[in-house]
Every structure is written in C-alpha cells, then in structure tokens.
Design a protein around this ligand. Structure first.
Ligand code: MTE
Ligand code: MO
Length: 412
C-alpha cells in the first residue's frame, strides 16, 4: 500500500494541478507554510528511513506526534483559553483543544464523592451519584458551544484563534434532563430551573422549563471519554445553542422553581446594554456566525495560484442552510460547498475553490441558517445595538490578503 507522502511525491513529480501552492494551502492549512514542502525531493535532506526505525511502543494513553505543535491560547489571567480554529480539520474539536472559560478556576472533583441534587418544585427529590446517573438511558449529540463574549467587539485579535477562539464543537454524551425531571416529577406551577456548579464561582443560571424539557443534556462524556476537568468533570449541563455560560460545569444542583432567580450571571453579567440605556436579559440563543479559517489572520500564502478557502459556520437556532463567500471585498457573493454532515447546532465545514491572482483582496463568508437568519455586517449590528454592546458578536469577518501573501484581520 502506498503511504500518503509517497502519493504526494508522485503527485508533485507528475506536475499535476498547480504545484506547491495547492498542497501548502489544502494539505497543511497551517499558519507558517514551509515553502520547502513543495519540493521534498530537491530541497530537503533525505529523512531517516521510517521503515527501519521503531517509533513509540504501544502505550496506555495516546499522545499526538511530537511534530504537532498547535495549542490553545490561555489568557494572561488564566481564566480562558481559545481553540486554534485555523489549524483544525473537520468539525470536531479535540478535547485537549476545546476552549475553556472559567470564572474562578477548575475544581478537582473525585467522581465517587460527587452528587447531583434535583429538588425544589418536584414530587420526589433526587440525590444521584455518578454511577446512578450513568444507569439512565443516555444519548450522544454533536453540538457547538460558544462563549457569548466570543469575539467581543472591542477585543480585536490578529488570528482567528485570538479573535474568535471561544467556540468549539464536540460530541457530548449524557442523560436527557427531561428524563431526570420526569423521574423527579415536576409540580404544577413550575416554570424554570436553576442550575448550580461546584466551583468557587458557584456559577448559577436560570433556564426556562420549556428548554429544560426539550434538548438539554446532563453530560458526562466528551468525544467518547469522560469530560475533561476544564469542561466540567465529572458532569455539566449542556444547553444546545445557548450562551456558553448557561452550560454550568461541575454541576451539583438543579432546583425546579417558578421564576428566574436573577443571579449575578443574569443581572450584572451577561446582559446587553442597548442604546436607550436599558439592558436586555436572557439573550439565550447564539446567532448564526461563520468564519473563514483558511486563509486567516497571521497566515501567509506562498504565492498566486489555487487555494481552497475553508471555514466553519454555526447557528444556535438550528442547521446551517447556506454559506456564501466573497473574494472581492463583498461585491459578489458565491455559494460555498457545505461538507456533510450538516447537523443542527453544530459546526458546519464549508469549502470554496479560489484562484488568487496576487492582488490585494478581502475574503469574507456569510452564513444563513434554516430559519433564514443571515449573518449581518458590522455596521448593521452597531446601528441596532449601539456603542456599549459587545456580547453576541457575529458580524461578517473579513481577512485582508496583501500582495505579499500575508493575511490580516480586516475588522481590527
Ligand atoms: N460552574 C461553572 N460553569 C461554567 C463556567 C464557570 O465559570 N463555572 N463558565 C461558563 C462559561 S462563561 C462558558 S463560555 C462555558 C465554557 O465551557 P468550556 O470551558 O467547557 O469551554 O462554561 C460555562 N460554565
Ligand atoms: Mo462565556
């Protein structure tokens, strides 16, 4: 059987396609393409014969190749870290690169001692151990999660990771909250739940019962294994399509109540101050958003030629129906190809073939979700929401490609 690299060499030798530029763009999608990778036979010393040298032995827990270097970017305060969206393939974010946001650190929880309490306006209050929780029928779903502060308006950012890294997409496994609430028996007059975490922040949020009974998960699995501590080990709430902060991590308590509790997170934080001086509360859903991840800020194109523009689109309200790309600063928009699967409330990967003539250009993407909601331009967002606002930042993102191939954030 031929290896991937020998196929690649044959492809280059045959002079098929457009040579090195195609491979650097589509194959590595990397921030710093190595121009030598276009001529492996000529310019690089012959590698040691990998068929003669044993690598790592079988090991109990896998690690990536030592040549792979992509990382999250922790904030200076250590309270968040961004996903390197520009370096990922497909739609799943590896758990080790899932963005983090925590208000007061990551607690170290022994799952054998952890309990989940479900109480309040219920007939049969429950105290569940993790083992008991895992005995309930479970479901696995692929969902994105985005911090409502992602891309915060005045933040800027050189790369897609710095500007928009507080969004990821994973497969989440757990028990439907509706099942646990039915088990507890919700009483007449209940209208909300309050979810509380067991971290120092005691993150607490109110959620309408209609959502709680719809698609909310009490999740203990992430990409096929236990949640990572950063993601809420041993158990978190997962509220599909809504602001990340509602997905309470290290979940210890769900209280069924008759009204929202007006916690810190829904009064002083996570409200949207409007131009008339009033603040919007409970702006739950994340709006449709798309990003070109290649080419994007900080990357450099090696020269004119063919490239496959690629990126991600998502909407908190359902599936992505359409992504359009403009390669002329927004005059002409053309449909990008949506890569299957196109799942509701998940990343959708889009692709668009493009021939760069070497002139300065601004690349943009614009998505539309299944309800017809379209990603707006920045000017329209500012007009609607005023100067004070900064959360739920989903304007069309442009990347400027200069004549030397360098790519910059056109919004910064
Ligand atoms: N208990 C608890 N839950 C929490 C938080 C927190 O600080 N404490 N941060 C919230 C915020 S603001 C976001 S955006 C998401 C981030 O989830 P992640 O770190 O798994 O990406 O978790 C939410 N859940
Ligand atoms: Mo967040």
């Amino acid at each position: 059987m031929k290896t991937r690299s020998s196929n690649r060499r044959d492809f280059l030798k045959s002079g098929a396609g457009v040579g090195g530029a195609l491979l650097v763009g589509a194959d590595s999608g990397n921030a710093a393409p190595n121009p030598q990778s276009a001529q492996p036979d000529a310019a690089q010393p012959a590698p040691d014969d990998p068929t003669k040298v044993p690598g790592v032995p079988a090991r109990p827990y896998g690690e990536r190749s030592r040549f792979e270097r992509i990382l999250r970017t922790p904030s200076p305060q250590g309270t968040s870290s961004g996903t390197p969206l520009q370096d990922l393939t497909g739609i799943i974010t590896p758990s080790s690169l899932h963005f983090e946001r925590h208000h007061a650190g990551v607690p170290d929880i022994d799952p054998r001692r952890h309990r989940l309490l479900i109480h309040g306006m219920v007939d049969r209050p429950l105290i569940l151990t993790m083992d008991e929780l895992k005995r309930f029928p479970s479901v696995s779903r692929i969902y994105f999660m985005e911090c409502s502060g992602n891309g915060y308006r005045r933040k800027g950012g050189r790369t897609v990771q710095e500007a928009h890294g507080l969004v990821s997409c994973a497969e989440w496994t757990g028990v439907a909250l509706s099942l646990l609430l039915s088990e507890a028996g919700v009483q007449q007059g209940a209208g909300w739940i309050v979810a509380e975490g067991s971290d120092a922040a005691k993150m607490t949020r109110s959620i309408p019962l209609t959502k709680a009974m719809n698609d909310v998960l009490v999740a203990y699995g992430q990409n096929g294994e236990a949640l990572r501590p950063e993601q809420g080990y041993p158990v978190r709430l997962f509220v599909p399509g809504w602001e990340g902060n509602i997905c309470v991590k290290w979940l210890r308590r769900i209280k069924v109540v008759d009204q929202p509790y007006m916690t810190r997170e829904e009064t002083s934080k996570y409200t949207d101050l409007m131009p008339d001086g009033k603040a919007r509360q409970f702006t739950f859903e994340m709006d449709p958003k798309s990003l070109i991840t290649f080419p994007s800020g900080g990357q450099k194109l090696p020269g004119p030629g063919f490239y496959e523009i690629s990126g991600l689109a998502w909407s908190g309200r359902g599936a992505i129906r359409r992504v359009e790309v403009s390669v002329d600063g927004g005059r002409i928009w053309q449909d990008a190809r949506l890569q299957s699967p196109v799942l509701p409330i998940a990343f959708t990967r889009f692709r668009f073939g493009w021939k760069w003539d070497g002139a300065e250009v601004v690349l943009q993407s614009r998505c539309t979700d299944e309800h017809g909601d379209v990603q707006p331009v920045l000017e329209d967002l500012v007009r609607a929401r005023g100067e004070n606002w900064g959360y739920h930042f989903n304007p069309i993102q442009g990347w400027k490609v200069s004549a030397d191939g360098s790519v910059q954030n056109a919004l910064a």
